[in-house]
Design a protein around this ligand. Sequence first.
Ligand code: CP3
Length: 340
Amino acid sequence: MIFVDACFGKKTPYTPVWMMRQAGRYLPEYMAVRAQAGDFLSLCKDPQKACEVTLQPVDILGVDAAILFSDILVVPLEMGMELKFLQGEGPIFSNPIKNQADLDKLSVQKAVEGLEYVYETIRLIRGKLAADKALIGFCGAPWTLATYMIEGQGTKTYAQVKKLIYTNPQFMHALLKKVTEVLKLYMERQIQSGTDVVMIFDSWAAALEESAYFEFSWSYMKEISSYLKAKYPHIPVILFPKGISGYLDKIDGDFDVFAVDWSTPIELAQEKLGHKYVLQGNMEPTRLYSQDAIDEGIEHIVSVMKNKRHIFNLGHGILPDVPVENAKYFIKQVQTLTKI
Ligand code: CP3
């Protein structure tokens, strides 16, 4: 598998490429399946349909890896929290965690078992996906999940969850520990079900100052990664802490690929981390609105990463109103221009 080879820094015939959120609303085929399923969570819980939308970008765009169709928030959901996705408003937990009693109600084992529909989806996908294409499993970072579990929804200020960090750090650590326990077992079950690679999304990394970031987020991501690498050394681990270009000097740990977000100059990431990790990324996703902008974006990244260890991707998820033609163009250009 070219994608797995690239994750381990081996030479490949071209730089493999995929896109974050590649199975999503910009594809009419996705919208059709989602309409059949009813809503987004029903789609996540329906292995046949989740398998179908996972495979769509592989068939339509020719990406080198499929990413499991699911969401990071199914973990707190199956731990016992109530989750709704409201149209146009994003995810909402109606009973956010306020205290130890709320935390005590959440169950590690119930979550790991309750996520069976994800494992079934993975088995179905791996049965249908071409043997040379990788399947990426994923979870959210404990910190990013905690922001939703405490705030109850997306937030601009992170006031509630950051208040906990500075007023009751012990409780914050207790919550993060419990989520980390679930995620270790959840990722392990994903691997046993057939994922070839796993990725941890820390989408809200940039909400924290440096010392808090390493204490409340990176340490837990590293813990999950070390656990998986010790047991499954042949499965590459990708970590994506979004928006922390100022903290790159302190990045360490046992993982394979560092995913670079679009706000971090790729030359800076290469200088600070390229000798330790394979880099993934990082074209600015809104370049997908223009084919000239795509060409320019690819050209710059190739000029820095040529002959270096690299996987092509966007620096965050593709947006719902991007023309499918441009997404196809991006994938094809990367695969053509990086050929050796
Ligand atoms: O194609 C893929 O990348 C795989 C599927 C995937 C989804 N969510 C599907 C999804 C993945 C990897 C995620 C991860 C995820 N979910 C993250 C981390 C990655 C990132 O983007 O930073 C986060 C923060 C979430 C939480 C989440 N899920 C939000 C904030 C939203 C609403 C925003 C929106 O775009 O509507 C979702 C919903 C969601 N997850 C959609 C998809 C395709 C849109 C649902 C729909 O309307 O069909």
